[in-house]
Every structure is written in structure tokens, then in C-alpha cells.
Design a protein around this ligand. Structure first.
Ligand code: SF4
Ligand code: SF4
Length: 151
């Protein structure tokens, strides 16, 4: 009988609506209005890779040692270099990083002896093509430039 009365008077429906409406107060809204408001990611978040440069002379910090490429379980980093006949050092020619295969484990940045490779807090890595997900040296040094929206 009780169940029948609940069905006739739509009690379950009104209980459900009450749950919905009591959460409508603006103070209770937790949805982030991305991309108008950008979320603050955790301090130790590992996102977009960056190849750091020396801020004083603009030269790369990378010494082309290849340790990051060797440490990567996915083998997605390729370091291109040539031997400088004058300095006898390796000069970095190119550096590619396939972000589509990366699992952001951080092993590559841990392996880098000079803190040249870093996984930053940038999280916008989407691209329209697979090729766009393979970042070259310029992209790695400049970093992603996502569209900034204003509310
Ligand atoms: S974060 Fe991990 S998977 Fe990604 S490049 Fe570095 S070592 Fe490879
Ligand atoms: S480990 Fe660091 S210094 Fe060595 S090739 Fe990778 S980014 Fe360059």
C-alpha cells in the first residue's frame, strides 16, 4: 500500500528533484569553467616536456648525452647531435619528443644530469594531427601556446 501511494504521488520523483535543487546554490557549484578559468594543477604534476635554455645566453642546456632517450621505456626521445671539431663537444642539432606515446613517468627528466629536460605543469597537449604531437627542438624550447580565453 505504501509503495502504491509513493507511486501515485510521484514521491520518488520529488525526492530526486529535491536532491537536485538543493545543490543549485551558486556556492555549491564546483564545475570549473575551463577554458575561461584555468585549473591550478598539483605542484608535482608532470605535463608538457620542455627543453630548458640558459636564460643568460639563450643556448640550450642540453649536452646531447642521450641519457634521457636511454632511460625512456617507450623510446620516444631522439637526440640529434654532431661533434664540434673545435670544442670536441657534441652540439645539439635536433631533439624530438613524441608526446602521443609519453606516459609522463618522469624517468627522462630524472636521468638528465643538467636539468635540461623537464616535465612542466602545462597540460594542454592536444593537436589535430598525429604529426603535431611530435615536438621538435623549437617547440620543446618555446613550449605550447594554448589560446587564452577571457571571461
Ligand atoms: S616521461 Fe617517461 S615515457 Fe615520457 S619521455 Fe620521459 S621517460 Fe619516456
Ligand atoms: S639527458 Fe638531458 S642533457 Fe642528456 S640528451 Fe637528454 S636532455 Fe640533453
Amino acid at each position: 500500500m505504501r509503495k502504491l501511494l509513493r507511486t501515485i504521488f510521484l514521491v520518488d520523483l520529488f525526492e530526486g528533484l529535491w536532491v537536485t535543487f538543493r545543490s543549485q546554490h551558486p556556492k555549491k557549484i564546483v564545475t570549473e569553467q575551463y577554458p575561461m578559468h584555468r585549473p591550478k594543477v598539483a605542484e608535482r604534476y608532470r605535463g608538457a616536456p620542455r627543453l630548458n635554455i640558459n636564460p643568460e645566453n639563450g643556448e640550450t642546456l642540453c649536452i646531447s648525452c642521450d641519457l634521457c632517450a636511454l632511460a625512456c621505456p617507450e623510446k620516444l626521445i631522439v637526440v640529434g647531435w654532431v661533434r664540434n671539431p673545435e670544442t670536441k663537444r657534441k652540439d645539439l642539432v635536433n631533439f624530438t619528443f613524441d608526446t602521443s606515446r609519453c606516459m609522463f613517468c618522469g624517468l627522462c627528466e630524472d636521468a638528465c644530469p643538467v636539468d635540461a629536460l623537464e616535465l612542466t605543469q602545462d597540460f594542454e597537449l592536444a593537436s589535430y594531427t598525429r604529426e603535431g604531437q611530435i615536438w621538435d627542438r623549437q617547440m620543446l624550447e618555446e613550449g605550447p601556446r594554448p589560446t587564452q580565453y577571457k571571461s
